[in-house]
Design a protein around this ligand. Structure first.
Ligand SMILES: O=C(O)CCC(=O)C(=O)O
Ligand SMILES: [Fe+2]
Length: 364
C-alpha cells in the first residue's frame, strides 16, 4: 500500500503517516492471520518465541477476510471516536461515568485535563465495555445517548476482534502444549471479563508548554491477556531488546524505540495475565506513548484498542505443561485470586502508585 504525506492525512484516509527513516524504531516481527488460523506450525512457534521475549508483534490482517473486516471496522471506529471526542462538549463526555469501583478502566470517559485549569489534554479516551454489551452484568445499564446509536457497530467490532483474540490464544495453547480450550474457553465474549474497546485521542500539543517533552501515557503493562492496537500516527514506544533498566518498569530514556504504524496490521501485545499463567515463560509487553514525532504532533492522534481478559472466575495461577516452569510445592499450595479480584487490585495499585495516566494528571 502506498504511504501518504502529512497533508493527505484526513478522515477518509487510513494510510498511516510514515516515520522519518532516521528515527530509532523497533522493527516488530510480522505474523500472518491466515497462517495462524490455519494453525501453521512455524507461524504459531514464531508467536510464542516473540511472546517469550518482548510480547509485541505486528499481525497482518490483510490475508484473510476476518482480518480485512476488522481493519475496516477499526478505521471506521477511529473516525467515529475522533469526531465524537473532538466535537462533544466536555460536560457531556463526563456523563459517561466509570464504574463505581473506581480503578476498573473498562467503562467510561477519561481525560487527563484538570477541570478549570485550561490546560491542554495529554489524552482522553472512551472505554466501551464488552461486558455490558454482551454479558450485561449490570441490569438496566445503557450506553450514553451519544454512543447508543452506535451500539450495533460496537458489538459487531468487538465480536470480530474477539475472533482474532481466540486465534492468538489458540496459537499460544498449541505451542505451550496446553489442552485446546485452556485459554479459548476462559476468554469468552459473553462472560463477564472487564474486557473493553477503547478509543484514545491525543490532541495536538501546541508549542512551548512543556507538553511535548512529557510522555502522554507513562510506561506500563496492560492488565489484560491480549491487547490489539490500531494506530495511524507515531507515538507508541517500546524498549529496545538491549534496554538498560533503572528498575523493571523504567528503562533509561535512550532505551525507548518508536513503533512504526502499518496499514492493514494491528499491533498485538500480551498483558499481565500471561506471565502468571505461564509462570514467567511469556512476557507482558512494556510500552508508553509520547507526543507524535515532529509535525505529526499537530495532528489528532487517535488509537483504537481492543482487549481480551479472562472470565472473572479464572484462578490467576500457573498452568501445568512441559513448556511451563513448574511451581514449587509451597507456591502451588498458595490460594490463587480470581481474575476479577486480581485485576481490580492491580488497577487500584496503578492509581495508588501514581503510574500510567495518573502521572499525566488524570482527573476521572
Ligand atoms: O494509544 C496507544 O497507542 C496505546 C494506548 C495504551 O497503551 C493503553 O491504552 O493501554
Ligand atoms: Fe497500554
Amino acid at each position: 500500500m502506498a504511504t501518504v504525506t502529512l497533508e493527505q492525512f484526513n478522515p477518509a484516509n487510513f494510510e498511516p503517516i510514515p516515520l522519518p527513516d532516521h528515527l530509532p524504531t523497533y522493527e516488530l516481527p510480522r505474523v500472518s492471520i491466515s497462517k495462524l488460523m490455519g494453525k501453521d506450525e512455524a507461524e504459531t512457534k514464531t508467536v510464542v518465541d516473540i511472546c517469550a521475549r518482548t510480547g509485541f508483534f505486528l499481525l497482518n490482517l490483510m490475508d484473510h477476510p476476518l482480518g480485512r473486516n476488522l481493519w475496516e471496522s477499526a478505521c471506521k471506529l477511529r473516525n467515529l471516536g475522533q469526531h465524537i471526542m473532538a466535537t462533544l462538549p466536555e460536560e457531556d463526555k463526563k456523563l459517561f461515568l466509570q464504574r463505581e469501583e473506581r480503578g476498573v478502566l473498562d467503562r467510561g470517559y477519561t481525560s487527563s485535563a484538570r477541570d478549570g485549569q485550561g490546560v491542554a489534554k495529554f489524552v482522553e479516551s472512551i472505554n466501551i465495555p464488552r461486558d455490558e454489551l454482551f454479558a450485561k452484568p449490570t441490569p438496566g445499564w445503557e450506553l450514553p445517548s451519544w454512543l447508543k446509536p452506535h451500539e450495533d457497530l460496537f458489538k459487531n467490532i468487538q465480536t470480530e476482534a474477539h475472533k482474532v483474540e481466540l486465534v492468538i490464544l489458540a496459537a499460544l495453547e498449541q505451542q505451550l502444549e496446553l489442552k485446546p480450550g485452556t485459554f479459548t474457553d476462559t476468554h469468552q465474549l459473553e462472560a463477564p471479563t472487564h474486557s473493553f474497546l477503547r478509543v484514545l485521542r491525543y490532541p495536538p500539543t501546541g508549542d512551548g508548554n512543556g507538553m511535548r517533552e512529557r510522555p502522554r501515557v507513562f510506561a506500563h503493562r496492560d492488565v489484560v491477556s491480549i491487547s490489539m492496537l490500531f494506530t495511524w500516527v507515531s507515538g507508541l514506544q517500546i524498549p529496545r531488546d538491549d534496554a538498560v533498566y533503572l528498575n523493571s518498569d523504567t528503562p533509561t530514556e535512550d532505551s525507548w524505540l518508536w513503533v512504526r504504524p502499518e496499514a492493514g496490521h494491528m499491533i498485538v501485545n500480551l498483558g499481565d495475565t500471561m506471565p502468571i499463567f505461564t509462570n514467567g515463560a511469556l512476557k507482558s509487553g512494556l510500552h508508553r506513548v509520547v507526543t507524535a514525532h515532529g509535525d505529526q504532533a499537530n495532528l489528532d492522534r487517535v488509537s483504537v484498542l481492543f482487549t481480551g481478559r479472562p472470565n472473572w472466575g479464572v484462578p490467576m495461577a500457573p498452568l501445568v505443561s512441559s513448556k511451563i516452569p513448574a511451581q514449587s510445592a509451597e507456591e502451588a499450595a498458595r490460594p490463587a485470586d480470581s481474575c476479577k479480584v486480581w485485576g481490580d487490585n492491580v488497577i487500584k495499585g496503578y492509581y495508588k502508585d501514581n503510574v500510567k495516566w495518573n502521572k499525566a494528571e488524570v482527573s476521572v
